[in-house]
Ligand binder design. Sequence first.
Ligand code: EPU
Length: 303
Amino acid sequence: MRISDPNLIAAMAALGVEHKVGVSLAQKTSLEIGGASDVLIIHRHESLPELIHLLKQSGVPHRFLGGGSNVLLPDGELPWVVLQLARQEPDVRFEGNNVYVDCAADLGRTVTTCAKHDLGGMEGLIGVPGSIGGALRMNAGAYGTQIGTYVREVKIFRAATGRIETLTGSEINFEYRHTSFALDDIMLTVRLELPSKPYSEILQGIRICNEKRRASQPLNQKSAGCIFKNPPGGSAGRMIDELGLKGHSVGDARVSDRHANFFINAGHATAADMLALIADVRRRVREKYGVELEEEVIVWKAQ
Ligand code: EPU
């Protein structure tokens, strides 16, 4: 979606919002799938309430994009303008065992920065792509670690009230790849409390997780991580593998040969290819196992 109203453009500029015209969103996602739209870069969190108010008043639909590593965007011209947060400097700040992190910060880099301050606990999350905000929203997890365990406070823009609010960790439900944040909440900063651990010990943990991940996941290919959530007590990857679907494809959307719950863009896959592959695999799993797989990746659909 393009913004053409000169009054709106001037008002956004006055707020310090950067307006990028006709951006290819494929470049902003790890799947490298997605059409084009105007992108608004928010440099100051405080400008969000007024910006959202202006967009609503002007009837401009919007969606917020984090690190782009767990989303599937539609093809063609998107029916929304896309909002993104600029990274704040510094993006990580320490106070004893408390770490204040900007939600636009990269998750992996944050884990290693904390390690250098002898703060651990998040070793399992190394290699999970994406931003801290995305990790919070999804309660990102791997190898027995989930980020929610360490969250003490989150500052968000709450679309429902139009205000910036601070929530304590106990006010948020962190479940398996799901949280109680509303879909249109925007994560701004988080306070994590991490256990003290010697740097060398954290590094050892990071090394082990990296090895496990390299052995089982297609890391150098275009993917959004796992496509489906694991059903209770089961493994989506194992079921898809048992069905012999590794390498199965629709256009350039393909089930990874390395991990069957990773669907990769093997060339120039479209959203339509990827959605057709998701639907096909879901149907086959339903027919064989009677299990309805739920997407783990966030699919942007026009409602
Ligand atoms: N398996 C197969 N074939 C495959 C893939 C897996 O038989 O192609 C089997 C494995 O041998 C294993 C079982 O399935 O016995 C589980 O596999 P794995 O240990 O790889 O873990 P997963 O359950 O598939 C989960 C998370 C990953 C996370 C890993 C490591 C979900 C949906 N997946 O995968 O998270 O990295 O554990 O902790 O929760 C993500 O969220 O995007 C993601 C990739």
